[in-house]
Design a protein around this ligand. Structure first.
Ligand code: GDP
Ligand code: GDP
Length: 455
């Protein structure tokens, strides 16, 4: 009966399959103090107090899930970090360049109370060169009487300046409407960029783990730059890399090769880039420098990939530089720090010598197979019925929550919805995940389980 219930829905949930579907990315840029953070907080519906971040402290997150008029998009917040780069002008230049490179569309914020400045004009020049669609927001126009403040910004030649008050919310809705429209244009324009059929790979890891070395080792002479193929000048640059006779699309290789980590604010840049690359990727190659102690930053990058719902292959690089001590240290860490990803395949290799790089392709294929996998509803329910019989949920207050039926709502990554008669406790969910993995595989892919309680 359970089977029939779900069958009628066909491929129910497929529209949600799009963890991997690219949503638009909007970057909010502008010189310091114009109100970027206030605007971002306003859009996210957060309390203004979040703005009071300690200056110079790199934020944990720079890209946020946002929603407007029923539509999801990513918001890249570039406010609040300028102070850790020397010289305001270079800070502005870098900020605008990086944020814009990663975004599909831009909201440029200027300060209506201060008026047009030379810095604003410099930013506009850079934005123009990027070719990304721009919406101009004149902030701090707090009431109707101040409307006239916006007029001056027509001079920028960016079309209509939209007056807003990020602090009071005034005009922010109209601004978002306009920004969403530019996002649509951007999506149509770049729709042909990615060659179809190739799997999209993000090569990630903190600075100096060997990303560009690995890319060079893999690509040798055989890589081609995708921008040329698509006939666009859009950054980031993706490259087709042949591994073991199969072509893969590596995302934002320009970012990998560019030595931005030599600049200050390196962690910020690399974190921005990771977020953006993951956004577009299906699979993450997470690189570690195995000859060094694994750092929190390493683990954070790994978590980002898992949380983004990407297929994952863990790569321990610089194996040629390891001694016995290093190896023992790593094996100890493996048991403690990597518990969260015991399902991921691990490849020890040397980007420098090429040792074991031929093992990557198999691990990548396996991870993506898992990521794509769909378990038929009948099979899933037969299995859950069996393990529930063998290991029922512990009694809770005299009652025993029971699984009624389950379905795989989507793949990429696999997401299961379980309908139960009561709340399933954490330990039992973990048990279910382990059991599903043992039965059906899923090596290399995160899986998500949500429980729907039917009273
Ligand atoms: P950011 O450096 O561009 O991120 O700017 P912030 O968001 O930190 O804002 C800089 C200052 O401008 C803060 O003191 C805000 O309270 C103030 N501010 C931001 N938006 C508005 C606004 O709409 N009206 C007024 N009057 N002040 C604002
Ligand atoms: P990225 O910042 O992650 O792109 O790292 P790079 O590729 O620039 O590498 C950082 C440093 O590590 C460079 O000095 C590389 O030569 C070195 N390196 C990279 N891979 C290996 C490796 O497999 N073995 C050794 N011994 N050094 C490596």
């Amino acid at each position: 009966a359970d089977e029939a219930l779900v069958e009628g829905r066909g491929d129910f949930g497929d529209e949600e399959a799009g963890q991997s579907k690219a949503v638009g990315v909007i970057a909010v840029v502008g010189r310091p103090n114009v109100g970027k953070s206030t605007l971002v907080n306003r859009i996210l519906g957060r309390r203004a107090s979040v703005v009071e971040d300690t200056p110079g402290v790199t934020r944990d997150r720079i890209s946020y899930d946002a929603e407007w008029a029923g539509r999801d998009f990513k918001l890249v917040d570039t406010g609040g970090w300028e102070t850790d780069v020397e010289g305001i002008d270079s800070a502005i230049a870098n900020q605008a360049e990086i944020a814009v490179r990663l975004a599909d569309a831009v909201i440029l914020v200027v300060d209506g109370q201060v008026g047009l400045t030379a810095s604003d004009e410099r930013i506009v020049k850079m934005l123009r060169a990027s070719g990304k669609p721009i919406t101009l927001a004149v902030n701090k126009v707090d009431d109707n009487a101040s409307e006239y403040l916006a007029a001056e910004f027509w001079k920028l030649g960016m079309g209509e300046p939209m007056s807003i008050s990020a602090m009071h919310g005034r005009g922010v809705g109209d601004l978002l409407d306009a920004a969403m429209k530019t996002l649509d244009e951007a999506n149509t324009a770049s729709g042909t960029l990615t060659p179809s059929g190739l799997r999209r790979v993000a090569l990630i890891g903190r600075p100096n783990v060997g990303k560009s070395s690995l890319l060079n080792q893999l690509a040798r002479e055989e890589r081609s730059v995708v921008n040329d193929l698509a006939g666009t000048t859009r950054d980031p640059v993706d490259e087709i890399v042949d591994i073991d006779g199969e072509d893969w699309l590596f995302i934002d290789t320009a970012g990998i090769k560019r030595r931005l980590h030599k600049l200050s604010g390196a962690e910020y840049y690399s974190s921005l880039r990771t977020t953006a690359a993951l956004e577009r990727a299906e699979l993450a190659l997470v690189l570690f420098d195995a000859s060094q102690p694994i750092s929190d930053q390493d683990l954070k990058v790994m978590s980002q990939a898992v949380d983004a719902g990407r297929a994952v292959v863990l790569v321990f690089n610089k194996w040629d530089a390891m001694d016995e001590f290093d190896k023992q240290r790593l094996e100890r860490l493996w048991k403690t720090e990597f518990e969260r990803v015991t399902w991921a395949q691990r490849v020890n290799l040397s980007a420098k010598t090429g040792w074991h790089t031929n093992r990557l392709a198999n691990a990548m294929r396996q991870a993506l197979d898992s990521w794509d996998k769909r378990i038929p509803t009948g099979k899933l329910n037969a299995f859950l019925g069996r393990i529930q019989g063998e290991h029922p949920h512990p009694l809770r207050g005299g009652k025993q929550p029971r699984i009624l039926f389950a379905t795989q709502a989507s793949s990429r990554p696999p997401r299961f919805v379980i309908f139960a008669t009561g709340f399933l406790e954490h330990g039992y969910r973990r048990f279910l995940e382990r059991s599903l993995r043992e039965e059906f595989g899923f090596e290399g892919s995160p899986i998500q389980i949500s429980v729907n309680v039917r009273e």
